[in-house]
Design a protein around this ligand. Sequence first.
Ligand SMILES: O=c1ccn([C@@H]2O[C@H](COP(=O)(O)O)[C@@H](O)[C@H]2O)c(=O)[nH]1
Length: 286
Amino acid sequence: MTTFPPPSFADRFQQRADERSPFCLGLDPSRDVLARWNLPDTVQGLSDFCERLADAAGETLAMVKPQSAFFERHGPEGLVVLQRVLKRFRAAGTLTLLDVKRGDIGSTMDAYAQSLFGKDSAYDVDAATFTAYLGLGALAKTVELARYHGACAFIVVRSSNPEGEPLQNAVGKDGRTVAQAVADGLRKLNDKAGRGLYPAGAVMGATLPPADRDVVERLGGALMLTPGIGSQGAGFGDLPKLFSGRERQVIPTAARSVLEAGPDVAALKRALEAHQAPSRSFREGA
Ligand SMILES: O=c1ccn([C@@H]2O[C@H](COP(=O)(O)O)[C@@H](O)[C@H]2O)c(=O)[nH]1
């Protein structure tokens, strides 16, 4: 039986994070990772990678983040594998976030959102990523649809890569940077959705300097997905300088630094715990 309205993504995340850990595992089956796992760079290799990772994770993870690009690379059959792995993690009580960074005019965004959120959609994910380059207003209905389905739209505010800085820190006519303006707009979308629901989340790189603390504050109570840990150079020890006081809003995420432990399932389990333990400690303010 389905409940209406459904519990919010924010509530579901907090529950899973308390039970398991706030860590979100990135599923990035690149050509390099498949080769390292002695798997062919084919749909079968992709499928075997997903099954092995799901075996290693069991029911230990709060959240996974498949990177759509690595599935799209294999065409429509790759997307079937993506649907299957999403279903498998859902069955393990793990929240799913599709990293697909959609961003377009409003009418097209409606179609993207319809493909992502809701039981009858193609992917039925709990969350997905979006970009605001075509304006936050163009994402308003997407956030509304996410709220309706108890899902979350994570909008890139400050990305983890150095190339994002000049654009995101460009100063507009009103004196705010682009990132500050996106953060302010994202907060308004959450305020409009109603108390405590937070259907709009933010992507805020773990690699960012302390100066970005101001952007974090502008986001209010929004959840923050923080890529950049591990292979991009940030560590769990970098989280407090940007996010202290907001620990329960942070979703630390990493892909390669876990996946490089594969294909051995026992080694993968150890790598997962090596990411989950510091994620828990950070959340508890330890
Ligand atoms: O600002 C961003 C937004 C998204 N990503 C994505 O996260 C993973 C990171 O993978 P690692 O192997 O842990 O570096 C990847 O899918 C990116 O597309 C990001 O890195 N930064």
